[in-house]
Design a protein around this ligand. Sequence first.
Ligand code: PEP
Ligand code: MN
Length: 340
Amino acid sequence: MIVILKRRADEEQVQTVVSAIEEAGFRAHLSRGEERTIVGVVGTSPDMRPHLMAVFQGMAFVDRVVPVLKPYKLVSMEARDEPSVVEVQGVPIGPGFFTVIAGPCAVESEEQVMTAARVVKAAGARMLRGGAYKPRTSPYEFRGLGEEGLKMLAAARAETGLPVVTEARAAHHVETVAEYADVIQIGARNMQNFDLLTETGRTGKPVLLKRGFAATVEEWLKAAEYIASEGNMNIILCERGVRTFDTELRFTPDLGIIPLVKELSHLPVVVDPSHACGRRHLVPPVCRAALGVGADGLLVEVHPEPEHALCDAAQQLRPMQFARLMDELRALAGVMKLSM
Ligand code: PEP
Ligand code: MN
């Protein structure tokens, strides 16, 4: 259930709503927009709903009460009625923008990540990606530099000014990752690692939540709800391809769900064509398609020398390819009246 307050509701009135919720034994989740405050009621039981509805409808400063029937509530479009913008150190992701996050699959060395950061910044990327704790299918593959890698990302941020997106692979990494990262990434394989979602939510830091490659849209949004229910609404969804009957691509980019998710949820959604396609020449066309279908941005892998990459060598774009792609995207974004 969502309680939408009138435009001029003051702090005391907001607290009256919160107290009523807590007295009934539920939790209140506040979302303060530019225009008005919305209070989400978390944990209501069906038998209490009519009583609570009546309590709120009796308050003159309440505009309306919306029963949210979806199993995800705080992240649902009903909870806000307008798409939200997530801001990362002044970089917006949401309506009106097409925000490109780029960088190598993994942080391999200070020189590699610094070069990548300079290259993607020069081409117009707004954030730097790079994994320090890599989820790998085989235990014998390169699993990242850990905290050393995070320090290298921080050094690249210090020079370029690009905010850093990097993955926390386990709940016990979250505290360390949060010290260095501007956005904490939850990988596809961890989308339903509920303890990791909770810990990440508690940091209050922006979270990039990848869709699991066998997850339904509803499961994905429920995973986002885990983060939101910790009071953290700074969530960026990331579609990265799903597993289907076809094995020609690494995964299958599921672009049709972008407009659907934007109907169901107010959260911004970006697309990761690198992991979806798995081969670099296929990545730029899918990036252009993602812009066309209404995604709020991209997560793209770029490596100074992909042939020497320690992971995902086949899919990382060369610097020149990325620069050309960004020129094309800027032209398309102009037509769609989006800022990059
Ligand atoms: C990544 O972006 O570094 C990554 C491992 O992707 P995914 O979790 O989508 O496989
Ligand atoms: Mn990768």
